[in-house]
Design a protein around this ligand. Sequence first.
Ligand SMILES: *[C@@H]1O[C@H](CO)[C@@H](O)[C@H](O)[C@H]1NC(C)=O
Ligand SMILES: *[C@@H]1O[C@H](CO)[C@@H](O)[C@H](O)[C@H]1NC(C)=O
Ligand SMILES: *[C@@H]1O[C@H](CO)[C@@H](O)[C@H](O)[C@H]1NC(C)=O
Ligand SMILES: *[C@@H]1O[C@H](CO)[C@@H](O)[C@H](O)[C@H]1NC(C)=O
Length: 708
Amino acid sequence: MKPLRLKLLEISLFYVILCFTHVVAEQYRKTYIIHMDKTNMPESFTNHLQWYDSSLKSVSDSASMLYTYSNVIHGYSTRLTAEEAEALEEQQGILSVIPELRYELHTTRTPEFLGLEKGSALFPTFESESAVIVGVLDTGVWPELKSFNDEGLGPAPEKWSGECEVGKTFKSFNCNKKLIGARYFSKGYEGAIGPINETVESKSPRDDDGHGTHTSTTAAGSAVSDASLFGFASGTARGMATKARVAIYKVCWLNGCFGSDVLAAMDKAVKDGVDIISLSLGGGGSEYYKDIIAIGAFSAMAYGILISCSAGNGGPYSSSLINIAPWITTVGAGTLDRDFPTHVTLGDGQKYSGVSLYNGKTTSNSMVPIVYAANVSNSSSGNLCLSGTLIPAKVAGKIVLCDRGGSFRVEKGLVVKEAGGVGMILANTEFYGEELVADAHILPSSAVGEKTGDAIKKYISTEANPTATIVPEGTELGVQPSPVVAAFSSRGPNPITMEVLKPDIIAPGVNILAGWSGAAAPTGLEEDKRRVKFNIISGTSMSCPHVSGIAALLKAAHPEWSPAAIRSALMTTAYSAYKDGKPIQDVATGQPATPFDYGAGHVDPVEALDPGLVYDNSVDDYLDFLCALGYSSTHIKRVTNRHFTCDSSKNYSLADFNYPSISVPLQSASGKKGDAGKGEETFDEEPKGRDRNGDDIGQAGAAAPLSL
Ligand SMILES: *[C@@H]1O[C@H](CO)[C@@H](O)[C@H](O)[C@H]1NC(C)=O
Ligand SMILES: *[C@@H]1O[C@H](CO)[C@@H](O)[C@H](O)[C@H]1NC(C)=O
Ligand SMILES: *[C@@H]1O[C@H](CO)[C@@H](O)[C@H](O)[C@H]1NC(C)=O
Ligand SMILES: *[C@@H]1O[C@H](CO)[C@@H](O)[C@H](O)[C@H]1NC(C)=O
């Protein structure tokens, strides 16, 4: 695996050569989303497309439109230099010119754990559920999986007007009565990265990554019996809404997800007729009027669509939330009552437990020497088992203890294996505490908590000839307490509008089994040649589609409910204590969690069916909310795509906002509201990048590189 820096160098060299020839300074161009005020079109135009075209031509002869938008906003996207973008922003009728962001993905026992099995008799009939369409914006889909079996389903609902877009790797027969639509959006991606190389990536809705297949099958996959990952978590795998229809919008590619593509997908999803939009990606914690996802979500909400988004994997730091507009349902992550234990036995007979999803040949037959990575490396960060830092002569035939952080967990296993190691113990540092996330490592391994890691290190440093063995124990059910809040789950307080409590809710997001792409290994590593139909991964990316699917069930039971009413039902029935009355725990601290960690609590789909009181919010309520924030008419139009002037005689107050939860900011002794931003000084030491495995997360707001 080449270091990122090297790749960047190659890319800039490539550009230098181009510039010396004749091409325009493409590297100075960025993609912008141009939000047009269609009601203020200059009178000289009769057609809005002519107007868009003329406005673009007036600042650039060579720029062309990537997309035009007509449902969630009026406008278009294009690639411009900063000067051109500035010139455009000054023109009449242009609401805003927003630079595109690059977003990151936030990476079968769930239904029983949620009580869906026992409550199934209470759930809506077959017909009404199959009328609900869940749109998933992600990395695409692997349509051959049994999770997309359409047996027993009738034709697509009448309101559906989407498409099954085809490409070299995706044919019209790949869609069916379950997977009723599949589209892909690559213009923004290709504008920023260059043309898609079809030998490595499918220019079609096909999923080359696995993430989108995992999220879509979690939300609404059909039931598949005898599902497992290498025998782990075996049982029937089913989505939350097994009869709901799935529409796939591929917006994420091997090198990221781009804002102009995401907005184009939302624009189409609204037109196509989806009921729910599930979005397990994000980044950029800016004000609502600059946040493309918040802007697209507002219009979608106004069309009656519920938008469920991942809260981000920026935890356990406070104020690390993203996707927090009040018209979005923001979902954090908790654990299941399921674990994948391993036992580590040391030469002196001490036994420790950890977790792993490795089930190949193990070291169980014999004790083998164990070393601490920091002491078998010539790098100052040798403890992290980064690529090329282990000295093979000191590692061969041994188990290596690596510290977590700095690179993908599964990549550390590869580094140990390539250096000749026979096993790996992956120890949490203080940052990760006692949270254990299982991975399908390519060698015998065990992830252990900080305390266990410290104890094993002590043993290694005090023994003359330290030895160990790692034995996997399969799948353990009924683990207590559960759920606990995942350490990686992003936390409040709400960094933009402190008065609105976020996340809204938590749902299962740790060690989740769901469908996977046939084009990617369970570890996502190129060197890993294994292929699986189901994979177990973690992240708020996984908790979001649980809520999307449950929202589809509620929509089926109560077709008249607004998105806000559905969310209210989910929130007012969520629980924040275990059956014995003790509060839900936070694995990051080992202490009771707080509403800044879980919002209203953990989702309870059966209770949500009959919530009693429902807090509704109409478009007007959200307009009043924006007035209470002090937004001008222009700002309001940028967010909502509609003209509204706040009534100057009215006292708008955030306290009047009819939200199912409430947060009251108090002045602290230092005079600062809340305690946002705690711990930021150490954040840079933590890995940034793609959080496919619930790890290695960029700071909310940073468009971090998607692969390290
Ligand atoms: C596409 O990728 C393949 C495999 O990595 C490579 O051999 C080929 O040169 C690439 N093509 C282009 C046009 O970059
Ligand atoms: C560190 O170790 C690696 C692997 O053995 C080796 O290739 C590299 O040259 C070493 N670097 C230094 C500075 O000793
Ligand atoms: C690593 O090496 C240092 C210096 O030789 C030693 O003090 C320490 O105990 C070793 N740590 C482990 C875990 O072996
Ligand atoms: C708005 O607030 C001001 C100051 O608190 C008060 O004087 C005024 O009567 C209020 N107006 C309305 C319409 O409630």
